[in-house]
Design a binder for this molecule. Structure first.
Ligand code: INI
Length: 176
């Protein structure tokens, strides 16, 4: 389980680049809608707080967390997003289904990160009960959507930074 010590909404705003010229895709799951809607709101508020323009954020809903994989893939192939944030919530039930959805979704999103040149941010809450999920979508422990938005901006900034190294230092021995 993620640490109780970490508040998902706490970060150093000075460590986050301007998102003014960045483009974001957000794929969000309909399952546990109260939770995922709050994750989405956290992500949107945070992107805008750091300068992202409304017209540079595209949001699409998918039926369940497992569909974040295909939805994220489609978003990568059909848009010019610089990063894709995947938001979902899987809550433990009475059957092993929870484990399969968690594992499949996690592995699928990991695979997307390897297959595409843009980052796919892992915004999947996997909790034992609804209370733990509510704690992490704007409650006691902050909002995972906020953490994901900050992560998306940081990963795009990293890529931009490496592009600049390439442009500025044509003879750099570390370039590909
Ligand atoms: N999807 C979720 O996002 N959260 C859940 O808690 C969940 N449970 O418990 O089953 C869930 N299942 C649906 C799954 O993600 C797919 O949509 C479905 O299997 C169709 O592919």
């Amino acid at each position: 389980m993620a640490s109780e010590l970490k508040n998902l909404s706490k970060y150093d705003p000075d460590s986050v680049a301007s998102a003014e010229n960045m483009k974001f895709g957000i794929v969000v799951s309909e399952w546990n809608h109260d939770v995922t809607g709050a994750l989405l709101q956290g992500a949107l508020d945070t992107l805008k707080k750091h300068g992202a323009k409304e017209e540079n954020i595209i949001v699409r809903w998918v039926p369940g967390s497992f569909e974040l994989i295909a939805g994220g893939k489609a978003m990568a192939e059909k848009t010019f997003a610089d990063a894709i944030i995947c938001l979902g919530c899987v809550i433990q039930g009475d059957t092993p289904h929870f484990d399969y959805v968690c594992q499949g979704t996690t592995q699928g999103i990991a695979q997307l990160n390897l297959n595409y040149d843009i980052p796919f941010i892992f915004g999947l809450l996997t909790t034992n009960n609804l209370e733990q999920a509510m704690d992490r979508c704007g409650g006691r422990l902050g909002n995972k959507g906020t953490e994901c938005a900050v992560t998306a901006i940081k990963m795009i900034a990293l890529s931009n930074d490496l592009d600049e190294v390439f442009d500025d230092e044509k003879e750099n021995i570390f370039r590909k």
